[in-house]
Design a protein around this ligand. Sequence first.
Ligand SMILES: Nc1ncnc2c1ncn2[C@@H]1O[C@H](COP(=O)(O)OP(=O)(O)O)[C@@H](O)[C@H]1O
Ligand SMILES: [Mg+2]
Length: 404
Amino acid sequence: MHFCIYTCLIKLNERYMKNRTGAPVDGNDFFGREKEIAYVWDLLQNGNNILLPSPRRVGKSSFAKKMLEKAEGEGWEVIEINLERAHSELEFVELLTGELRKMSVWERSKESGIKLLEIISALKPTLSIGGAEVKLDWKKEKSNIYRELERILPHDREVLIFFDEVAVLLNGILLDSNGDKRQIEELMHWLRSLRQVSGSQIRWIFCSSVGIENFTTGHQLSKTINDFSYYELKPFSSEAATSMIIELEKGGNVTFNEEIRAQMLAKLGYLLPYFIQVLFEKMKGKIQIEDALIDQNLVNKAYNEIIEGAYLNTWDERLREQYGDHKDDAYLLLRHICRAKEGMKRENLHNLLYQKYSDADRTDSILATLLNMLQNDGYLAENNAHYLFRSPLIRDFWFNRFVK
Ligand SMILES: Nc1ncnc2c1ncn2[C@@H]1O[C@H](COP(=O)(O)OP(=O)(O)O)[C@@H](O)[C@H]1O
Ligand SMILES: [Mg+2]
């Protein structure tokens, strides 16, 4: 009897959501989005492949993992590859082969499988040496590799394949080939052709925290992903965010009241689960370590620590890493936009850049590109003909770091 109560308590405890920030969450730590899951599952079942183009930290990877869980629950087989782990096309092929090898169908196409493994292992040692010779070897074998992969992919089975961080791999390959687009073009076309196999029961989810659309548009590759159904994940509604805070309270052994929760939402404005988690964790730390009182000051203090700390660094780093020639202009725009809560008009932004380029057409074109990129990547939103920071939290962080 005692034993039963004890295990029941443990079970109950296990069901509480843990506040896991940073890595994509899964299982019980994933909160909400029930309607979105049902909707996207329906899309998949109706034969669509899904591209999740939302800005970073919205929860794409976590959501895609949830879809894999759902698919597995329905008896599908699943494959998940984070393409950030692949630094070349060969490494991508190796990862994919490794995943296919774990599937029951591997036995059925074993001959192709063995051939594929042989080619990969013959290429690998030369790869570590590097240089032009390797690229030649790879070129020679490439069509064989893709042919064998095509033979192994089980189009007659219900399989959900999730590729995360697609643009990171594409960028890597592009850099490696000194900007020559052909290799990524061929890869993207090959992947598209797999999605076109008639009667295929394989479904695909592509995610990318580097705006995949920025990438494909920038390299005239949009048509290689035009068959996807786009599904844009949104931030949480106030109701969902409040329920999430309540769940976090249960898991974290703290209790806020309605007012505090409302203050948290008001402060964040843009309700990404990640921001909610970070704010919650800061507040919890202050209560449990610094014996802070649960009052209005608590939310403000926690918030201020976030905008002064390292939590949001990736918003700065990604821009620096991925905006190439556009970097300086992006910083210039954001430095000005973060000063204005309501945002800035396009013509004012135009004037800013014009001072640098003194050429109206050129300024127009650069501004259009940048505003598009910054919106796709979740920095900016457009409202009433004004461009403003999508999240007050990021805006305050930006102001703090680059203006104050
Ligand atoms: N539905 C969710 N429930 C709980 N936490 C979430 C959820 N979605 C996202 N998160 C949190 O936000 C963070 C970022 O989510 P992630 O899925 O990695 O976003 P993305 O892939 O869009 O960058 C995760 O580390 C996790 O802490
Ligand atoms: Mg992700």
